[in-house]
Design a binder for this molecule. Structure first.
Ligand code: TYM
Length: 367
């Protein structure tokens, strides 16, 4: 696949109102994992794996931003006594997943340590419509019945996410399928702003281009183990529905063995008719690095659900064992040193973008 052209000190242009200069050295690939709950194997496969793979394959060509959206982490209730520790733990998970923090083009940071995220959100809020936010599926799903207890934070979540992406001019944003709508709204907000004020923001690529960039045919949606018509969610209260990255290999095995499948009696890879079995086939292929077609062909038409589950359970247990060993070896000092360096560097990048937006709307004098 042809990779996009790399630009160096790119002069973006002049609109009839504002003159902008955007300095970019490399295109940015960016993603974030909230620290609201313990991450699951779905977060690992949906977001950590593509980022780490891109870092390994594209080292030197792209800038990699991997951050913890800690401000997003309490849009729904959390235990605030644990939030800070969970944020640091998430950063460790990035490293345990294989992210090389010695790479000079890789930045890790905490969203709340870079105030431009909150400031740009306000500016973008004033160019985002209430109707658009009300239509966000995730907002509708999470807000449930009782409108009195839905926070403005949950409602405004996608605008903060847009700021996270636009501040760094990210072109690629590897996320699971559940975040595609938020990516599309980011593109809408950025385009609307650019149409009004000139080329202030880099508009991230659409979801089709995003999935083909990471060599997938479609967005990834790992299913809940107890109800495979739903996605596996780290905030689900049913512990059996999810494999946590902190689960012991034994517990994880049991969860896979008791995963809901179906009564068809034969294994087929078909998410419409057999979502449980198909999700396990998918998880197995992704964890072992084997081609999906190869895994499917091996099990196609077989009736031994128990045997198949045992194979998946053992792959999950192996993965967790290695992952947790890498996690235990991470040095806090190295992590914090990298974090502080990254946060300083990214504050500068974010502030440059914020300034362009502030100039555009008339909060700062135009150059
Ligand atoms: P979070 O923490 O809820 O999810 C983190 C990542 O995991 C993906 N994911 C899944 N992938 C496959 N199957 C699943 N069942 C599954 N569940 C979750 C999510 O799609 C996500 O990629 N809003 C983001 C956090 C965020 C962000 C950003 C991401 C805030 N600002 C800017 C990218 C860019 C989220 O849902 O996090």
């Amino acid at each position: 696949m042809a990779l996009p052209v790399r630009e160096s000190h790119l002069y973006i242009g002049v609109s009839n109102r504002v003159r902008y200069t955007i300095y970019m050295t490399k295109q940015t690939i960016l993603t974030g994992i909230r620290s609201n709950e313990e991450p699951t194997i779905a977060n690992y496969l949906g977001a950590f794996v593509p980022m780490v793979r891109m870092q390994q394959e594209l080292a030197g060509e792209y800038q990699i931003n991997m951050f913890v959206p800690d401000l997003h982490s309490f849009t729904t209730p959390v235990d605030h006594d644990d939030l800070y520790a969970k944020t640091l733990m998430n950063l460790k998970y990035f490293i345990a997943a294989g992210l090389d923090i010695d790479d000079q083009d890789t930045y890790i940071y905490r969203q709340s340590y870079i105030p431009a995220h909150s400031e740009l959100t306000w500016v973008l809020d004033c160019f985002t419509y209430v109707g658009e936010m009300s239509r966000m599926t995730q907002f509708k799903d999470k807000s449930g019945e009782n409108s009195d207890s839905i926070t403005m934070g949950l409602y405004n979540y996608p605008v903060l996410m847009a700021a996270d992406i636009l501040l760094y001019g990210a072109t690629y944003v590897p996320v699971g399928e559940d975040q595609f709508q938020h990516l599309e709204i980011t593109r809408d907000i950025a385009s609307r702003f650019n149409n009004k004020f000139g080329d202030v923001f880099t508009v991230p690529l659409d979801t089709k281009a995003q999935t083909s960039f990471i060599n997938r045919d479609s967005g990834l949606r790992i299913r809940s183990l107890s109800d495979p018509t739903k996605k596996m969610s780290k905030s689900a209260t049913d512990e059996k529905s999810k494999i946590l990255l902190s689960d012991s290999p034994e517990v994880a095995k049991q969860k896979i063995m008791s995963a809901t499948t179906d009564s068809v009696g034969e294994i087929h890879y078909n998410f419409e008719t057999q979502p449980g079995i198909s999700s396990l086939l998918q998880m197995y292929a992704l964890l072992t690095g084997r081609k999906q077609e190869e895994v499917n062909a091996q099990w196609e038409g077989k009736s031994q659900y128990g045997e198949f589950k045992a194979v998946v359970a053992s792959a999950v247990a192996d993965f967790l064992e290695h992952f947790q060993a890498r996690l235990a070896a991470i040095s806090d000092e190295e992590l914090l040193a990298k974090l502080e360096r990254s946060e300083r560097a990214m504050t500068e990048v974010a502030n440059q973008t914020l300034l362009r937006a502030q100039q555009a709307v008339g909060l700062r004098p135009r150059a």
